[in-house]
Design a protein around this ligand. Structure first.
Ligand code: GRG
Length: 292
């Protein structure tokens, strides 16, 4: 199947699975379940669940990766809801719709994020209970990624760095953890479900780190050059908060070059994966050229 068709197939399977795996809106208390589904149904690129499915498909395994794909999308959506809160980025628009705290209220948005974070682990624990080693490795991987040394650690340093010039080292720490960590984790989770060996897990992790950093550099470029309608989210906050970004540190042209270098490295790593992982190689280029 050609790359774009394969991507669309994954995305439409994920769209259907959101409603299949999350509690229905009518479940009591309906307000929290409405808020969870509101943000989960709002769409987005579904990059992280696509990575779980595509990574697992490189290997032969009977296990279904979809519950893990939905779990990472729950965790990602929680991070976006909380990132948009008035006390963090104070965003009005996300995935082309009002942010959770604008659509509901701040307390509901905090709780919807918390509930999605908890639900991610519930999904893993319930759906992989018959494969205890896989289950423990998935929970460990996602837990480590979500915690204070990775996602939250990256977010903390991002907040601490507002208003002041940051070194390249700090900027890399922020993005390796705030953005790359979950992308890396999705590939590793796919590998765990598929039964990948140690070297293959290592290759998946490195590929994830490279496309993760490239993804953030492109995000910084789009934040500086695109518009809210195309992006479907509030943009320009980097400049407003005087944040150090790749664009601020290196300028647009050099930032594009850095993203291209990371993308090329990711593509090279695909040769160490089964059949050269053509979908993942195509995805690296697709992400480099993305417009939103
Ligand atoms: C803020 C308390 C609190 C917790 C959240 C890690 C984290 C913790 C927040 C970071 C969220 C964030 C904005 C990370 C940056 C990565 C990034 C560019 C996310 C946007 O991902 P896309 O473009 O979004 O894939 P869609 O909507 O397409 O899924």
């Amino acid at each position: 199947m050609e790359f774009k068709e394969k991507l669309r197939t994954y995305q439409s399977e994920i769209e259907s699975a959101v409603d299949q795996y999350l509690p229905a809106e009518a479940t009591r208390p309906s307000r929290i379940h409405e808020a969870m589904l509101y943000s989960m149904r709002a769409g987005g690129k579904r990059l992280r669940p696509v990575l779980v499915l595509a990574s697992k498909e490189l290997f032969d395994s009977e296990l279904d990766a979809m519950p893990a794909a939905i779990a990472v999308e729950c965790l990602h959506t929680y991070s976006l809801i909380h990132d948009d809160l008035p006390s963090i980025d104070d965003g009005d628009l996300r995935r082309g719709k009002p942010t959770s705290h604008k659509q509901f209220d701040e307390a509901t948005a905090v709780l919807a994020g918390d509930a999605l974070l908890a639900y991610a682990f519930q999904l893993l624990a319930r759906h992989f209970a018959n494969a205890p080693d896989v289950c423990a490795n998935l929970v460990g991987e996602l837990g480590e990624t979500a915690g204070s040394e990775r996602l939250i650690g990256g977010q903390m340093e991002d907040i601490l760095g507002e208003g002041g010039p940051l070194s390249e080292d700090t900027l890399n720490f922020i993005h390796l953890n705030k953005t790359s960590a979950l992308i890396e984790c999705c590939l590793v989770m796919g590998g765990i479900i598929g039964g990948a060996n140690y070297e293959q897990i290592d290759a998946l992790r490195t590929y994830g780190r490279e496309i993760g950093i490239a993804f953030q550099i492109i995000d910084d470029i789009l934040d500086a050059t695109s518009d809210e309608t195309t992006m479907g989210k509030s943009i320009g906050s980097d400049a407003e908060l005087d944040k150090t970004t790749y664009v601020k540190l290196h300028g647009l042209e050099k930032s594009r070059e850095l993203a291209a270098q990371r993308t090329q490295k990711a593509i090279q790593i695909c040769s160490a994966l089964p059949s050269g992982a053509p979908f993942l190689a195509g995805l690296a280029t697709h992400l480099e050229n993305r417009l939103n």
